[in-house]
Write a protein that binds this ligand. Structure first.
Ligand code: AQP
Length: 358
């Protein structure tokens, strides 16, 4: 059996893994913060770099949703990825649950993962809307906290490790998950020998940096697919009219003129961030605030609307075309993605099963 290096080696081609939950049509935050980079990687990375993008449906059920809705969201997520320009011949796109080895590796990693580490992670706390200092020693929290939500970073680690990912592009809020994946790999390698590759965070060096896009209705929280207010987010498939209406109703403030101040002016700063992320001249939000210092919020919103409409141009049409053209094309892409992802996962699982004695 081929012995693969236990570290992100310079000799092996890079493997870049990332995922998105099918919890709704992706929004502007998903696009600016992640998906747009997935597309750019196809052009910036050498041909031998493996790009693996997963629609992580098993993660989506940590906050249960109706089965029909999940089925629809999975299909829509696939169509959305293709519509933004992910090329299924260049990248592997697949649904996580189509590759059961992800769950198998999760179990194996769970046997060497530390509960203490997991309990300090922030995502389960934000999903339950409890403070960062919370622990499950608190009975009211323990009764609401499901095992899947608590342990999902182990599944996320398995997603990454099973494909021997050397790099994972993530925003700042996700970096602790990569650290945890490294911890899982280290624990496993310590127990069974150096078989798993330790992934690194991929720092993207493209023109537009990764940003956290905030909600339009509450700019102190991040834009999110599952927030109940639809006008809190711009979907990448919204029409120009919908985009205009949502930005027009975005919460700002009554301070005259423009300034970039995320603490005191979160609404205006969010709009400047969005404007900057589509700015052809690569101007940062502070520069834009200086250049547009005399604009009113209404005028800023008009500029932001134009840049978002132009930035998302064509995605809506391609998305609708994919979803209305019949099932054959999406089925075929899904089947091919599953085949490639299973092959990639199996390479690692053979090593893992042998090492563990299964
Ligand atoms: N508001 C955001 N700004 C920038 N990046 C964002 N991402 C999510 N929201 C923003 C990034 O998008 C990628 C895919 O996210 P995900 O679907 O896997 O999970 P999430 O972070 O939980 O996204 P949502 O939209 O908030 O979904 P729900 O409502 O279901 O929880 C990730 O790289 C994420 O950082």
């Amino acid at each position: 059996m081929q012995k693969l290096a236990g570290k992100a080696s310079a000799v092996r081609p890079r493997v870049i893994f990332s995922g998105i939950q099918p919890t709704g049509v992706p929004h502007l935050g998903n696009y600016i913060g992640a998906l747009r980079q997935w597309v750019q990687l196809q052009h910036h990375e050498p041909r031998e770099t493996k790009l693996i993008y997963s629609i992580v449906d098993l993660h989506a059920i940590t906050m249960p949703q109706p089965p029909d809705q999940l089925r629809r969201c999975k299909r829509e997520a696939l169509a959305a990825l293709l519509a933004i320009g992910i090329d299924p011949d260049r990248a592997t796109i697949f649904h996580q649950s189509s590759v059961p080895a992800h769950s198998e590796l999760m179990w194996i990693l769970s046997c060497t993962a530390s509960v203490g580490y997991l309990s300090r992670m922030t995502q389960w706390k934000s999903k339950l809307n409890v403070s960062e200092g919370s622990t499950f020693a608190d009975r009211t929290i323990a009764s609401r906290l499901k095992l899947g939500l608590f342990s999902y970073p182990v599944l996320q680690a398995a997603d990454i490790l099973i494909h021997r990912a050397t790099h994972v592009p993530v925003g700042h809020d996700q970096q602790q998950h990569i650290e945890f994946a490294r911890e899982c790999a280290t624990n496993f390698n310590h127990a069974y020998g150096s078989h798993l590759v330790l992934p690194d965070v991929l720092i993207l060096d493209f023109k537009a940096p990764v940003r956290r896009v905030m909600s339009l209705t509450d700019p102190t929280s991040k834009m999110s697919k599952s927030h109940k207010l639809e006008r809190s987010r711009i979907l990448i498939t919204d029409s120009p009219r919908e985009i205009k209406a949502k930005i027009r109703s975005a919460l700002t403030d009554s301070i005259p003129g423009m300034s970039y101040d995320t603490v005191n002016r979160p609404g205006i700063s969010n709009l400047l961030d969005i404007l900057s992320s589509f700015d052809a001249g690569g101007r940062n939000p502070e520069q834009l605030a200086g250049e547009y210092r005399d604009l009113s919020p209404k005028q800023l919103k008009e500029l932001v609307t134009d840049s978002v409409v132009a930035g998302l141009d064509g995605i809506r049409e391609r998305y609708i075309e994919l979803l209305t053209a019949g099932d054959a094309r999406l089925d075929q892409i899904e089947a091919e993605g599953t085949r490639k992802a299973r092959e990639s996962a199996e390479e690692t699982m053979q090593l893992v099963r042998t090492a563990v004695g299964l």
